[in-house]
Design a protein around this ligand. Structure first.
Ligand code: HEC
Length: 170
């Protein structure tokens, strides 16, 4: 191979290499601009920290619990037992997950989780309207007892007076 051909081949390779580099940079930046997690910055630990901050502590668990408590009430009024059971189980999950994030609050929720919820679950399983309303009353008291213990006594809950539910009335 003479020197002229060698130089031409080498420049061809160099040009090819450069093109591959430019194309992959272009593709990578296009992929990056579509990445929905681009707002998570820093190391893996720092990113987990950001996600945890957005997930929040106990307050969002309570926003969810509050909605489900109202739905549970209307499910009882409708004697829609399957929906009542569904909401009660979701309340348990919301509170348990909240406690996993804020374990200091766990002691105040023990009666609620180990007695009050299971008793209402039992009434729902039996489709017993009288027991349902007695035990629903115990749930309300237990919500407020925990609020007292956790020094948020200004949050006093009571059964809803208006129906905002989008779930159809039976
Ligand atoms: C661990 C005990 C505990 C139990 C059980 C509990 N709560 Fe709470 N609740 C709290 C605490 C603590 C807050 C304040 C959270 C915060 O500021 O981070 C709160 C806040 C709330 C809020 C205000 C939420 C907001 O930020 O808008 C509502 C509404 C509420 N709870 C309803 C209920 C209902 C309904 C029940 C029962 C079905 C219940 N809670 C059971 C401890 C509890």
């Amino acid at each position: 191979m003479n020197a002229g051909i060698r130089i031409r081949l080498l420049s061809l390779f160099a040009f090819g290499g450069l093109m591959v580099f430019f194309l992959s940079t272009l593709l990578f930046s296009a992929w990056q601009s579509q990445d929905d997690t681009a707002w998570l910055k820093g190391s893996v630990d720092e990113r987990f920290h950001i996600v945890a901050k957005h997930l929040r502590g106990f307050d969002m668990a309570m926003v969810e619990t509050s909605h489900r408590y109202a739905e549970l009430y209307w499910a009882g009024k409708d004697t829609n037992w399957a929906y009542a059971d569904y909401q009660l189980k979701k309340i348990r999950t919301a509170v348990e997950n909240g406690l996993e994030r804020r374990p200091k609050r766990a002691a105040s929720a023990q009666t609620f989780l180990t007695m009050v919820i299971p008793f209402l679950e039992e009434a729902i399983a039996k489709k017993d309207t009288t027991d349902f309303w007695n035990r629903f009353g115990a749930v309300t008291s237990s919500c407020n007892a925990c609020h007292q213990n956790e020094k948020v006594q200004f949050i006093e809950v009571s059964p809803p007076k208006m129906r905002y539910s989008v779930v159809e009335q039976f």
